[in-house]
Write a protein of this length. Sequence first.
Lengths: 255, 337
Amino acid sequence: MILSGHALTIGYSDRVVGRDLDVVLNTGEVLALLGPNGGGKTTLLKTLLGLLAPRGGEVRLGDRRLSDYSNRERARLLAYVPQFHAVTFAFTVESVVLMGRTAHGSLFSRPSATDREVAGRMLERFGITHLRDRPYTMISGGERQLVLLARALAQEPQFIVLDEPTASLDFGNQGKVMREIRALGVSGHGVLFTTHDPNHAMRAADRAYLLRGGERIGEGATGEVLSRAQLEALYQTPVELVSDASSGRTAFLPG
Amino acid sequence: MGRSAVPGLLIAFAVLVAGLLLAFMVGRYPVSIADLFDVVVAKLSGHNSGVPAAAQNVIFLVRGPRVLAAAMVGAALSVAGTAFQGLFRNPLVSPDLLGASSGAALGAVIGIYFSLGILEIQGLAFIGGLVAVAAVYLIGSSMSPRDPILVLVLTGVVIGALLGAGVGLMKYIADQYNQLPAMTFWLLGSLAATNVTDLVPLFGPVAIGTLVLFALRWRMNAMSLPEEEARALGVPTGLLRIAIVVAATLVTSASVATAGIIGWVGLVVPHIARTLVGPDFSRLIPAAAFLGGGFLLVIDTIARTVTPTEIPLGILTAVVGTPFFIWLLASVSKTWA
């Protein structure tokens, strides 16, 4: 299956954020969206999620326009992991994950045995079964990110879109989330995530998409598109490339 | 919290039962628990109870309608408050946020000004509440804003202020010896005049609205998330928002039409319910209904027994509600923020 944007003009009713954007995401593939603050990453993300109507062009999911899907149909194919956030009420971790099953029931239905079973399986997958009855507001930032991942997977989607999944996580949890993102690609999901760290894109993504000032300034396999010159152009700052002689791996340092 | 939910629900139910017993037993003509039990069992089984006729009259004719009305109004305001707090993702809103109470108040004082009968006044209050909320909703959503919830709240506040000015005007031009006291009394809330015929127009809307909200309880969990997140989960947020607002407004308007303005219940009771059973609406809605019914039964019993003349309910709920709410903010706010 393919999620794609064609000649997209993105933005809000009073302001255009980006023009002429083409994006393609296949299932089984991980795509990282990089770019400076205010460059249109989140707007593009929301447009591809169907949460924001494109100002021009169209988003397609499978063989239909995304806007032709109902909320419920879309949510069974396309899941969203929002940025680390605070919720108003202290729902239990299990309740939060069960919310991921919303699209699999009718407006009035209560969670079925299957729903609870799926939620339980997702808690297990991310190793957070012990948090099941804890209030979501009382767990750590890293644990919350895992809960949101579990909720997204409980939707049983083909595509998962994550908005800065590693922002405000400690070093260890960043690694954990990176591994989970790679695993999602391996298990056949199409994954799109935004990040401020090119090294995270190198580590978890197959391809990278560089967005600056609402324009695509580069796209391709992470090994090719993420070069020192491209990143200096993207962020308008000097970048240093370091490489590890023994593994041949490279990493970027800003400044 | 998942495990403490059942006891929490039981505690809420026990509060309702205690409120019912208290309200039936206490008053100028005390009724013993044995008599109350005998009379109810006899009534249900169709036998004769042997309890004095005076006690039977007190139970069925004098206190019965008022007790049922208090339980229903308390439950209705609490359920509506619960729904609004979830919908607006804010634990500090009450069911009159979108103008239901101020619209009903304006309807009622207009009815009193034109010296209409009690049924017409109630009807005007009910319609006033519905019209006010419809106006707020139409104005708020006609702007197709990026944050529909915030615009709705602001519109509600502004329209509420306008309606408040209308109420002020009616009080200003009213006859200050007959109409003004009646308006003031109505605006402070009372169940003193409740009789059997009031129960049907109260029960119908309250039952319908509450059933709709209860049927939507699982979706209301997801509705309390940020708008875009709820939509990404597959919730038809626009449709659900209308359904929740209509249902909550129905129960609020019917309650206000019967009992006048009773503040605090819809704001405070949902919090107590949340500390008992957690924020999950599948348990929160019944818990809030039980607690709200029990709470208003206690308040109403105080209102009619403590002093020779009745104390308006709105005053009592504020006197009880304010210190309680401050205590609540100070002690448990960390767990829901």
